[in-house]
Write a protein that binds this ligand. Structure first.
Ligand code: GDP
Length: 313
């Protein structure tokens, strides 16, 4: 229970700016007011500004409007509750946990555009899996980017896992091959492959990703078991476009949404749910390997709508 409280506290703290920009603003629009077409338009504009996305914002407000016109929704405070309920209902209970191999190593490919927090997120995943008692090996397949291998090595050392690497500029698929072979030989539970992300519109890069997938699947049954796309919450709607492109090209199975702490754009979670079929599986709420949480929509929406404490900390 203490742990749960701690996790929620961390999430709530991380979502402070989102809460202020999103629900805080909605609260000031709605509190003490009767609904009207004008108020509803203000709500819709606010949702869009909070990165909830045009599509979801319109749908959510259309539902409010329908109840308002039917005479069953009149108070601003009730509209806020209505919105919270609607947003929560967007995520029916589903299994968002990682898919593990039944036998042999589980292979998790991680991709994402430079700077989104890919390396940090890999360290977070490795640390989390180690905490669950699983052995982890990293494959440094991002051979394009100068310094990427060194960066992953530094993190690996910090979280106590080994890295299989190749030459900078070398063939990423060859590194994937070696990493898979090492994972099998050493009998590790999870192999995390760091793959280059650069621009999702770069065709050769996408071909590279499929080549790595092919290499993994040939060596290890069912691999890759997960393809995680790292997206930066601070990039707002741009993150959605990346999700679309990568989904087409790389068969992404889950999203790791980083940097939710310190951004006002946390509403992007709602836009991703509305506009993409890829589930958010993890959220990053800080810069240390411990700052990762499995995405829990119920807790997320509660944290977003939480009422600010009035007592000073
Ligand atoms: P990469 O280029 O995608 O591998 O990105 P890095 O892992 O090097 O991270 C880029 C920057 O984002 C670093 O300064 C990280 O500390 C920071 N970062 C990564 N994830 C998070 C997060 O969840 N929250 C915050 N606040 N910063 C993060």
């Amino acid at each position: 229970m203490a742990l749960l409280k701690g996790l929620f506290g961390k999430l709530k703290e991380g979502l402070t700016r989102t809460r202020e920009a999103f629900v805080g603003q909605l609260r000031s629009i709605l509190t003490g007011r009767r609904l009207s077409e004008e108020v509803l338009n203000e709500v819709e504009a606010r949702l869009i500004q909070a990165d909830v996305g045009v599509k979801a914002s319109r749908r959510l407000v259309d539902n409010l409007r329908a109840d308002f016109r039917a005479g069953t929704l009149q108070r601003g405070e009730d509209a806020l509750e209505h919105l919270k309920r609607q947003i929560k209902e967007m995520w029916p209970p589903t299994d968002r946990s990682l898919r593990f191999a039944e036998h042999g190593p589980t292979v998790i490919m991680v991709t994402g555009v430079n700077g989104v927090g890919k390396t940090t997120s890999i360290a977070k995943l490795a640390s989390m899996l180690r905490g669950q008692g699983r052995s982890v090996l990293l494959g440094a397949c991002d051979t394009f980017r100068a310094g990427a291998v060194r960066q992953i090595e530094i993190w690996a050392e910090r979280v106590g896992v080994e890295v299989v690497k190749g030459q900078q500029g070398g063939d990423p698929a060859a590194v994937a091959f070696d990493a898979c072979a090492a994972a099998k030989a050493r009998g590790v539970d999870v192999l995390i492959l760091d793959t280059a992300g650069r621009l999702q519109t770069q065709d050769p890069l996408m071909r590279q990703l499929s080549k790595i997938k092919g290499v993994a699947s040939k060596q290890i049954d069912g691999a890759p078991h997960e393809v995680l796309l790292v997206l930066d919450a601070t990039s707002g709607q741009n993150a959605l476009r990346q999700a679309e492109e990568f989904a087409k090209a790389a068969g992404v199975t889950g999203i790791f949404l980083t940097k939710l702490d310190g951004t006002a754009k946390g509403g992007i979670v709602v836009a991703i749910r509305e506009e993409s079929s890829i589930p958010v599986k993890f959220v990053g709420v800080g810069e240390t390997p411990q700052d990762v949480q499995a995405f829990d929509p119920e807790a997320f929406v509660e944290a977003m709508f939480a009422v600010e404490e009035t007592t000073p900390r």
